[in-house]
Design a protein around this ligand. Structure first.
Ligand code: ADP
Ligand code: MG
Ligand code: MG
Length: 251
């Protein structure tokens, strides 16, 4: 599904290397988690994959279902099936949530050569999916994320994901700032979307999210590289012992 090879990334503005050779391969239908100390490059990796400005790829490659994504525009990456749920969802004053979702869904369908969803079909779908995430009708009418609580913003990200039906979903610390109930709702939303043809990369600081979204593979990232890969037990090891032992092992 997603194949990253020897990815090196520096900041465009200054001569600072952030990713120093990331190798990662996510198979279809699998959930991979990335953990790691603050500043290790986890968010940078997700930004670079989604096509955010300000980063320069100096070496390496990233492909989605065999297609080179690093040369694509962000909207082409989305049409190819990539989705990034942000650590800090953006507020968009003046744009109704429902309008935003419908525009995004139809733009993606168009890019894929599919017909637009009719207003009635869209409404039916968005209401059903919102209900499952305990997002009320009022939140669908309000401007995107404006005045939403932290938990509501994160649930709204999952609703966007559910509507766009991506193939490769990247969640960057979607659990940060959430109370346990909101985190469970987000995890349930993700679990409901798990399928054979859809993969997830879940970036998280805390093991507790992984109690609810059970990963197949866990990677530890430090100083711009994946330093260790294992099963779910690796997340527990980090929770119990911190990163110090792993970092010392690698050093
Ligand atoms: P993580 O998500 O693992 O906490 P980040 O990817 O946010 O790590 O950051 C990795 C490193 O790159 C940090 O040292 C951070 O300060 C630096 N960095 C990332 N983006 C920028 C930027 N736009 N300007 C300056 N430094 C940056
Ligand atoms: Mg961080
Ligand atoms: Mg981060």
């Amino acid at each position: 599904m997603l194949q990253i090879k020897n990815l090196h990334v520096k900041l465009e503005e200054e001569d600072k290397q952030i990713l120093k050779g990331v190798d990662l391969s996510v198979e279809p239908g699998k959930v991979h988690a990335i953990m790691g100390p603050n500043g290790s490059g986890k968010s940078t990796l997700s930004y670079v994959l989604s096509g955010r400005d300000g980063y320069e790829v100096t070496e390496g490659s990233a492909t989605l279902l065999g297609e080179d994504i690093l040369d694509m525009e962000p909207e082409e990456r989305a049409a190819a099936g990539l989705f990034l749920a942000f650590q800090y969802p953006v507020e968009i004053p003046g744009v109704g949530n429902m309008t935003f979702l419908r525009t995004a869904v139809n733009a993606q369908r168009k890019a894929r050569g599919e017909d637009e969803l009719s207003a009635a079909d869209f409404l039916k779908e968005v209401r059903a999916k919102a209900k499952a995430l305990k997002i009320d009708a009022d939140m669908l009418k309000r401007p995107v994320n404006v005045g939403f609580s932290g938990g509501e913003k994160k649930r709204n990200e999952i609703l966007q994901m559910a509507m766009l039906e991506p193939k490769m979903c990247i969640l960057d610390e979607t659990d940060s700032g959430l109370d346990v109930d909101a985190m469970k709702l987000v995890a349930e939303g993700v679990n409901a979307l798990r399928s054979e043809g859809r993969s997830f990369l879940v970036i998280t600081h805390y093991q507790r999210l992984l109690d609810h979204i059970k990963p197949d593979v866990v990677h530890i990232m430090a100083d711009g590289r994946i330093i260790k890969t294992g099963g779910p037990e690796l997340a527990l090891e980090v929770e119990n012992n911190g990163y110090a032992d792993l970092l010392a092992e690698v050093a």
